[in-house]
Design a protein around this ligand. Structure first.
Ligand code: ZN
Length: 300
């Protein structure tokens, strides 16, 4: 899986083919774990370009859809389960926002991983999930008795207007055709239904300051949104944005520290020493680094 076949693609937002390179490194998915949510290898993300015509940022060339689907299908991420309590709390942070726009009904999560969000959401909603990883979808079904399907998005045949809410948390940046995925979500939503999504914000201050070393740049991320390109793609897919803000979340101190492995070693070591000194490795910490965006959009 070190050198997947790469293909040149056009801009997913406007169809343009003219772009300029922002960052360039060798591209490598070093192992299947690089497809995983908890990967801490950010380095080999390939060539990241900005469309000259519309400003959308994307990886080009990038692995084929078939290679990525095979990678996600086979992905096993036991580390994901280690932060179970944090992930459940984060689910409630999202649900507090979602419930401002939808009080109940049917909810679909696209990319539901092992089902922590859906398990929390079932208090208020009748829930279902889509998840390409065989391991994650099986875990969600067995652990939480959830209805989780592992079909690809574009072959999945939910009836039109059959959901009140569609959720995509840390998903859209992984997709080869995000616009088609958003149109799928619009089709499955009832008129007035809510789409909730979270994705890294390449227009954020930390993305600008960290440049090529920003955590959001990684081999599994192939579509990079800022607030403007996200809004335009949502509008073209049939949505009206009704909420847009930065998104923070809770993890243990040791998990946050593990995210620093790609930064200078002295930074990582200093943080680990601080954590050990105060004995807070397993204590939760809420952080909003202002470089993930949380969006709610209504289907028009
Ligand atoms: Zn474009």
């Amino acid at each position: 899986m070190t050198s997947p076949h790469l293909e040149e693609v056009a801009c997913n937002l406007c169809g343009g083919k003219r772009s300029r390179t922002l960052f360039e490194r060798a591209y490598a998915l070093e192992s299947l774990s690089d497809c995983a949510a908890t990967t801490d290898t950010f380095g080999h993300y390939g060539r990241i370009v900005r469309c000259v015509d519309c400003g959308f940022v994307y990886t080009n060339p990038r692995p084929t859809k078939e290679a990525l689907l095979a990678g996600y299908g086979a992905c096993v991420d036991e580390t994901y389960l280690e932060e179970a309590s944090s992930r459940s709390i984060n689910a409630h942070l999202s649900l507090n926002v979602i419930k401002r726009f939808a009080k109940g009904g049917r909810l679909l999560e696209i990319g539901c991983a092992t089902g922590y969000f859906l398990n929390a959401a079932r208090v208020d909603f009748e829930v279902a999930g889509l998840e390409p990883s065989e391991w994650a979808s099986k875990t969600a079904r067995e652990r939480f008795m959830l209805d989780v399907y592992s079909e690809p998005l574009d072959t999945c045949r939910f009836p039109s207007a059959s959901f009140d809410v569609v959720v995509m948390i840390d998903v859209v940046e992984h997709l080869t055709d995000p616009k088609a995925a958003l149109r799928c979500a619009a089709n499955w939503l009832k008129p007035g239904g809510a789409l909730y999504l979270v994705t890294p914000d390449i227009g954020s201050l930390s993305a600008s300051l960290l440049g090529a070393a920003w955590w959001g740049l990684r081999p599994a991320h192939i579509a990079y949104f800022d607030r403007d390109t996200m809004r335009r793609m949502l509008e073209e897919a049939g949505f009206e944005v009704v909420l847009e803000k930065s998104f923070g979340r809770i993890f243990s101190w040791s998990y946050w520290a593990s995210r620093l492995k790609n930064y200078p070693a002295f930074v990582h070591r200093a943080v680990l020493s601080f954590i050990n000194l105060l004995d807070i490795a397993d204590k939760p910490l809420y952080l909003d680094t202002r470089d993930s965006m949380e969006i709610c959009a209504r289907k028009r």
